[in-house]
Design a protein. Structure first.
Length: 172
């Protein structure tokens, strides 16, 4: 099954973590990768590292802002990190029932991974009967059509609109 959590609201990663816990509770072997987040011990990272051990990776270099001018060297580092996450995911496909690629759609939109690379991982998961969960904003139509389940998380209100900074245990 291909599952997507998308939309502009907060909670896509939380939905991925919830899906991982549900599957793990039913005996699934779960691998969970984060594309954009560095391993900086965000709350979910500490939990997932403890639960999944070597089946968890936060392989990103931090958020990649496509609307800001950044050096080619920085772009290359983000691109290489995304490729490393994809390779890590492929290496785990033989031993798992569910693969969660948090922020993969964001990486796709930022051109850190290609449509062909994402289609390849979808095909590999289908062939190996591994459930695949993807998250990120601005999911392209072709991916929505391919998915079995798509949930859109929309923001109605957020504390940053009042100038409240990100809170530990809430946003990270």
């Amino acid at each position: 099954m291909l599952i997507i959590y998308t939309g502009n609201g907060k909670g896509k990663t939380s939905a991925c973590v919830g899906q991982a816990i549900r599957a793990y509770g039913h005996g699934f072997k779960v691998a969970f990768a984060q594309f954009m987040k560095r391993s900086v011990d965000a709350g979910e990272q500490m939990f997932l590292k403890e639960l999944l051990k070597d089946n968890f990776i936060a392989g990103g270099m931090g958020f990649f802002y496509t609307n800001k001018k950044i050096s080619q060297d920085t772009k290359n580092k983000h691109h290489d990190a995304a490729k490393d996450v994809l390779n890590w995911a492929k290496q785990h496909l033989e031993t798992i029932n569910m693969l969660i690629l948090d922020e993969a759609i964001y990486a796709l939109g930022a051109n850190l991974i290609s449509k062909a690379e994402l289609e390849e991982i979808i095909e590999l998961c289908t062939a190996k009967q591994v459930h695949l969960v993807l998250s990120g904003r601005n999911t392209p139509d072709w991916l929505i059509e391919k998915a079995d389940l798509v949930s859109s998380i929309e923001e109605l209100k957020h504390p940053y609109q009042k100038g409240i900074k990100a809170q530990q245990g809430i946003e990270f």
